[in-house]
Design a protein around this ligand. Structure first.
Ligand code: ATP
Length: 214
């Protein structure tokens, strides 16, 4: 469903992603594993259209690179950036609904209910402002927000980073449950121990080059 071929991304004159290819099949959870600075964030940002890229990115028969960034999420792609990027003054509920203000999401209420049913802890603090939450709780909210737009696929950038062990275990459970919901997921991680049990397939990124072998 997501097929990336020969993706190249340069920042200024420096090639950061070099001829990267990977594929996520329908309903699959795949990993993009590599140490800090390997290029994981750059690759995901290029898929979302935050930085220009060349190559081919086919998503459900759509040529993604041909679409402007603001039209990509509309195809059911949810993105969870590494730094969460919640609006601190907004409530948790408002942060989760944010993607629906710019993108048409069908049946928002039902989707929100579903998100709260798989993450009841987020439902419990839905009326609190994002700035009142711990960093770990904010990560859960960022995942909930990604799920609001991500009806077809989620791109998660180091979701486990900085999580205390109990919350990391809980996040693992939430992601494992997602596998039965038919959502495809690409998870970028520097520590593959967090995700190996979850993954159908892993891709390894090193200095901007991607391989399906370690
Ligand atoms: P991390 O987990 O540390 O974010 P990463 O695998 O996501 O690591 P990227 O953030 O994609 O890696 O960075 C890949 C490379 O691109 C690094 O060498 C980084 O220094 C470089 N880079 C990223 N953004 C910029 C930028 N705006 N200007 C110059 N170089 C950049």
């Amino acid at each position: 469903m997501l097929k990336v071929e020969n993706l190249n991304v340069s920042i200024g004159p420096i090639p950061i992603i070099r001829n990267a290819s990977l594929q996520v099949d329908e309903g699959q959870m795949c990993g993009l594993i590599g140490r800090n600075g390997a290029g994981k964030t750059t690759l995901l940002r290029a898929l979302m259209g935050a930085i220009p890229a060349t190559g081919t990115v086919q998503f459900e028969h759509i040529d993604l690179l041909a679409l402007p960034a603001h039209r990509r999420a509309a195809h059911g792609i949810g993105y969870m950036p590494e730094d969460r990027r919640l609006v601190p003054e907004f409530t948790v509920g408002e942060n989760i609904l944010l993607p629906t203000w710019s993108t048409e999401v069908a049946d928002v209420d039902t989707r929100l209910e579903w998100i709260f049913s798989i993450m009841p802890e987020v439902a419990r603090f839905k009326d609190r402002r994002a700035l009142e939450l711990s960093g770990g709780q904010q990560k859960m909210v960022a995942l909930a927000r990604a799920l609001m737009a991500g009806t077809r696929i989620l791109l998660l950038d180091e979701p486990f980073e900085g999580l205390a062990p109990a919350l990391a275990r809980r996040l693992g459970e939430v992601l494992a449950n997602l596998k039965t919901e038919g959502v495809s997921v690409l998870i970028a991680e520097s520590n593959e121990l967090h995700v190996l049990d979850l993954l159908a397939r892993a891709f390894y990124i090193e200095r901007g080059a991607v391989s399906d072998k370690r």
